[in-house]
Design a protein around this ligand. Structure first.
Ligand code: URA
Length: 511
């Protein structure tokens, strides 16, 4: 019995197999050792990244002898060689031997042959794994190369088989214009616009876990999801649950499928009937008693499952939103107002006391200041769509009593309240498709631009693409201007605010 030490890849195996076939070494006299059995046992202790020393050079080379191996076998063998099955090398050699020396030239056509069945199965599983890699790798932007200014991206993927090298050229072709690395536990691949390089595998903890691109993916996924077309079984077999954990849209997939199941089984409509009594008991006089599915699903579920809903349907649904506890103390949901074809969409933080009572955004003191600034900037409010990041008024009763009696004092929404409510404002933007999105204040800017956005440092036109509008402009919240003491600083702050709005007006007027 000969032990053949070789590096665990198709090229090394092929070189070794060629020598053995030329010297007519029968399969049962060969033991293939690619090092994986020992590295499996002692992998905890192994830290050498050096390529494995192999003794295939000692094999008879056969000089210029040619072996008449069918190309179909080589193609199939290259795929099967990427499988994790430890017996794959001996299987490949046995098949090659039979084709060459047992007069079974057409062996691969005999699909019932156990060895042919086996190689086909291995190759199929590898093809499937490669398909998953090409479909489910999600790059995350990590920076820009200071020399070349090329954007740099990293992705994490956990393949089932040894497919990184075989699949890397697909990514080099598809994502040729950016620098990227795909990290996996076994092997990593890197592209610099010119060539592919490979390095040892890494642990998942070094891969970046999330960034703003994730939000874009989720928004995009929700917007293309059509519940009427949902075939859960097909979707699960296309996208096995094990891949979901690394996809930014994964949390949404669950919500989408739940919402879709609700809808198809008519559970939402049944639920609405049961909810109706509860809703009408709570809703103040004058507020329409909206029958909505949203009363029993989260905003994310509703929005994702209602890509065909128009603004009015979204407004009706939001009127019954129970996504977070804020509805308990608010008079009503304050949804956006304005024309559906508005070129400018203005997003504030949350309704204030007046807005909560009247049911419209920006009708209180901050709204009046906004009106004045818009007029100076040459923006016609009636042509804009105005809304808020959070749709319910969050407040706390004032201590003691002022001359105006007890007051409802504004309180900032928590991060989770913003997160739960955010699908409504994203859905509004997706319907309006404004040319310019103006974020007033930190809550709107952090929710819609970047979670670490700093309004004072980064106000004005925001660089980079947004899925929500052609241009995004961030500025201060008008209520912050109300807090300035009268004097030159207050005038300067107001002028700065008007300046930002003028910029938005200019961008909005561009074709
Ligand atoms: N502040 C906001 O952010 N929105 C309003 O609608 C009113 C005040």
């Amino acid at each position: 019995m000969r032990t053949i030490n070789f590096q665990a890849d198709f090229k090394s195996w092929r070189r070794a197999a060629r020598g053995l076939l030329i010297s007519k070494t029968p399969p049962d006299e060969v033991f293939w050792d690619d090092g994986s059995s020992t590295s499996g046992l002692f992998s905890e202790l192994s830290f050498s990244a050096e390529p494995r020393a192999v003794n295939t050079e000692a094999l008879p080379s056969g000089g210029r002898a040619t072996l008449n191996i069918p190309a179909a076998f080589l193609g199939l063998a290259e795929q099967a060689a990427c499988h994790r099955d430890v017996d794959r090398w001996s299987l490949l050699y046995k098949i090659a031997w039979r084709i060459l020396y047992e007069e079974e030239r057409h062996l691969l056509k005999i699909e019932t042959d156990p060895e042919v069945r086996r190689i086909n199965l291995l190759a199929k599983e590898v093809r499937r794994d490669r398909h998953k890699m090409t479909a489910f790798v999600r790059f995350r932007k990590v920076g820009e190369c200071s020399d070349t200014s090329r954007e740099q991206f990293v992705a994490w993927f956990e393949p089932d088989h040894h497919i990184v090298e075989l699949t890397a050229p697909f990514f080099a072709k598809r994502f040729a214009g950016m620098d990227w690395s795909i990290l996996t536990p076994e092997k990593c691949v890197h592209w610099n616009g010119d060539q592919l390089q490979f390095s040892d595998g890494v642990q998942k903890s070094i891969a970046p876990s999330s960034d703003e691109l994730d939000d874009y993916w989720r928004t995009y996924y929700a917007s293309i999801f059509n519940p009427a077309r949902l075939k859960l079984k097909a979707m699960q077999s296309e996208m096995p649950v094990k891949y979901w954990k690394n996809l930014p849209e994964a949390p949404l997939i669950r919500e989408l499928t739940v919402a879709s199941a609700y809808r198809t089984r008519g559970m939402i409509d049944r639920g609405v009937n049961e909810e109706r009594a509860h809703v009408s008991a709570k809703v103040p006089r004058g507020v329409p008693n909206v029958e909505s599915r949203a009363s029993i699903v989260s905003p994310a579920e509703f929005v994702a499952a209602s890509v065909d809903a128009d603004l009015d349907q979204l407004r009706d649904a939001a009127a019954c939103c129970r996504g977070c506890p804020l509805h308990e103390n608010a008079t009503r949901t304050v949804f956006g107002v304005g024309p559906q074809d508005a070129r400018i969409m203005i997003v504030g933080e949350q309704p204030g006391d007046r807005e909560d009572l009247i049911g419209e955004p920006f009708v209180g003191p901050a709204g009046q200041l906004l009106n004045r600034a818009m007029a100076q900037a040459g923006i016609d409010r009636s042509e804009c769509y105005l809304t808020n990041t959070v749709k319910h008024f969050k407040w706390q009763q004032s201590e003691g009593s002022s001359s105006r009696g007890k007051q409802r004092l504004h309180r900032n929404p928590s991060a989770s309240e913003v997160q739960v409510c955010k699908p409504w404002v994203i859905a509004e933007a997706m319907r309006i498709r404004p040319r310019v999105l103006i974020c007033l204040g930190a809550i709107a800017a952090k929710a819609l631009i970047r979670s670490d956005f700093r309004v004072l440092a980064e106000r004005g036109k925001v660089a980079g693409e947004s899925p929500l509008a052609a241009h995004v402009v961030a500025t201060v919240h008008p209520s912050s201007l109300l807090r300035w003491r009268d004097g030159p600083d207050k005038i300067a702050a107001f002028d700065g605010f008007v300046g930002d709005l003028k910029l938005a007006a200019r961008l909005g007027a561009e074709e």
